[in-house]
Design a protein around this ligand. Structure first.
Ligand code: ATP
Ligand code: MG
Length: 265
């Protein structure tokens, strides 16, 4: 369970970018975070893994208060937070296996990681997870020889190798074609259920968010304007989240047809 209370983030002396957010996300629940560019979605995810220092408020993951941790304790807690990126963040010239094993870096003594002598247990686990997401046959291929969807699967396996207690994904499908996007969203949803993981996904594509998540959080100017199941995201709610923005910048051309929502059930 992720529990965020009264989170404030101010960069420099300007107006806060996050203005007192409260959010609870239990395990095996997939939450989409939507909102216009600049709403604070990435800042929120970065505060959770402490790439960005919160100005005030608390963030707790399974009763460990992340926002209080420093030094060694912070590094240990960060291992438990799996990150998935829009641009995949793989090392191109390394193999899929080597990229995936970098998820274990925080756990291994330096000499093992540097010499790429991974423990047998980690190799076995990597194969299980690669099998699970359909990339085991690419284990020895270089990362830059894979398609976007395959690269994102490598990113997902690397995150799972951390034995995470939460997955944070910042626009994980924004660089992928529509069909591949849907496959990755479906994968994240099924992994959330399988590993009882809370999953937070920043996403621009509202139609995808509706189809593949249990809950939508709508942000505007650093505040949560909407927090409910996708079927409740009606036109009035969309207007509140995206007030003043034209339809093409709202992440959907128009409200999806009811049939789309039914197929998600
Ligand atoms: N390191 C930083 N220093 C100063 N201001 C920042 C920094 N990072 C983000 N901001 C500002 O904080 C606000 C929120 O940015 P953030 O990246 O969280 O938005 P976002 O909702 O993820 O937007 P997008 O949809 O474009 O990714 C923006 O006004 C941005 O300019
Ligand atoms: Mg962002």
């Amino acid at each position: 369970m992720l529990k965020i209370s009264n989170l404030v983030k101010r960069y420099g002396h300007g107006e806060p970018v996050l203005k007192g957010l409260d959010l609870e996300v239990p395990g095996n629940s997939v939450v989409a975070i939507i909102g216009a560019s600049g709403a604070g979605k990435s800042t929120l995810l970065r505060c959770i893994n402490r790439l960005v220092e919160p100005t005030s408020g608390t963030i707790a993951l399974n009763d460990i208060v992340l926002s209080d941790l420093k030094g060694r304790e912070l590094r240990a807690a960060r291992r438990r937070i799996g990150m998935i990126f829009q641009s995949f963040n793989l090392v191109d010239r390394l193999t899929v296996m080597e990229n995936v094993q970098s998820g274990r870096l925080g756990y291994l003594p330096f000499w093992r990681a540097a010499s790429r002598r991974y423990p047998k247990r980690d190799i076995r686990r990597a194969y299980e997870l690669m099998e699970r997401v359909g990339i085991a046959h690419y284990a020895n291929k270089r990362a830059d020889e894979l398609s976007g969807g395959e690269r994102q699967r490598v990113g997902v396996v690397r995150a799972l190798m951390q034995e995470p207690e939460i997955l944070l994904a910042d626009e994980p499908t924004a660089s992928l074609d529509p069909k591949t996007s849907e496959q990755i969203m479906e994968l994240l949803r099924s992994l959330s259920a399988e590993f009882a993981l809370p999953v937070l996904i920043n996403i621009h594509n509202v139609a995808e968010a509706r189809l593949y998540t249990d809950r939508i959080v709508g942000m505007r100017y650093g505040k949560i304007m909407f927090d409910a199941e996708p079927s409740r995201l009606d036109k009035a709610a969309m207007d509140e989240i995206y007030a003043g923005l034209p339809a093409e910048e709202r992440g959907e051309e128009e409200t999806p047809a009811p049939s789309l929502q039914v197929s998600a059930a």
